[in-house]
Write a protein that binds this ligand. Structure first.
Ligand code: KIV
Length: 292
């Protein structure tokens, strides 16, 4: 008698996370969870785990495509990875990161490219970097009905202007400018702002002054939510690890172990074993041999 294996179908009962969900979480003092993802399986697992927000970050340029920084990432790169993530995650809010030069040249270009993330990338919202100088573009993108997340502090697309990947807002003047930028972005229509690599007490102050949620990365526990680059958190990106990263796994070590074992098994002919092998009935085999 043949038995049929029935795989349980995973049904998501979780409600779709929206900008409203995030605002309500801030009001209730419930931390917002966010990580980056760039592919289908990672997005699927994150969504199942109950992540609030998945960011398809342009960090993919460094941690997936192997560039020195995020500057070479194109709109086509972003949309390709956004679509893969959108196929995997159904409940988390999905945010597409606008790449370098997709929103800086003109407001019209910014709106058009932001729209592509929703129309061709399956995203729910976009993120872009910069302070008061981005207010006009943000206002127009939001006016087109596209939720926009801001990003201030260490803005990796300005790495050359900042003189490297360095913490920001450490002097009183620089901190005041970041607070003013945050207020300007809120006024321009951002639904949330990422604060990257700023002193923890500045992260707390900005979070208290804004009605929209802040998401910190190296900005302390006083932010309304937290984000990390997943490849940092899983120990999969070894080139450098910022101080603010907590490693939740050592996937580099685990993958290295698996690959080394595979090579050893193939060389020793212990893989494939009988259980990995397709068999053929003896009479079929004999018929074949007789026909030769
Ligand atoms: O690109 C990215 O992953 C980001 C996060 C660091 C916030 O912008």
């Amino acid at each position: 008698m043949s038995t049929t294996t029935v795989f349980p179908v995973k049904t998501t009962t979780r409600k779709k996370v929206t900008t409203l969900t995030l605002r309500q979480k801030k009001e209730r003092g419930e931390p917002i969870t966010m990580l980056t993802a760039y592919d289908y399986p990672t997005a699927l697992i994150m969504d199942e785990a109950g992540m609030d927000v998945i960011l398809v970050g342009d960090s993919l340029g460094m941690v997936v495509l192997g560039y020195e920084n995020t500057l070479p990432v194109t709109m086509e790169d972003m949309l390709h990875h956004c679509r893969a993530v959108a196929r995997g995650a159904k409940s988390a809010m999905l945010i597409g990161d606008m790449p370098f030069m997709s929103y800086q040249t003109s407001t019209e270009e910014a709106v058009r490219n932001a729209g592509r993330f929703l129309q061709n990338g399956g995203m729910d919202a976009v993120k872009l970097e910069g302070g008061h100088e981005r207010a006009e573009a943000i206002r127009m993108i939001a006016a087109a009905g596209i939720p926009v997340m801001g990003h201030i502090g260490l803005t990796p697309q300005s790495v050359h202007q900042l003189g490297g990947f360095r913490p920001q807002g450490k002097s009183a003047l620089a901190a005041k400018r970041l607070l003013e930028d945050a207020l300007r972005l809120e006024d321009a229509g951002c639904f949330s702002i990422v604060l990257e690599s700023v002193p923890a007490r500045l992260g707390t102050l900005i979070s208290q002054k804004l009605t929209i949620p802040t998401i910190g990365i190296g900005a302390g526990a006083g932010c309304d939510g937290q984000v990390l680059v997943t490849h940092d958190a899983l120990g999969l990106f070894e080139r450098f690890t910022p101080k603010f990263v907590k490693k939740y796994a050592d996937l580099h070590g685990e993958m290295q172990r698996a690959f080394t074992q595979y090579i050893a098994d193939v060389q020793a002919k212990t893989f494939p074993a009988a259980e990995h092998t397709v068999e053929m009935k003896d009479d079929e085999w004999k018929e074949l041999l007789n026909s030769l």
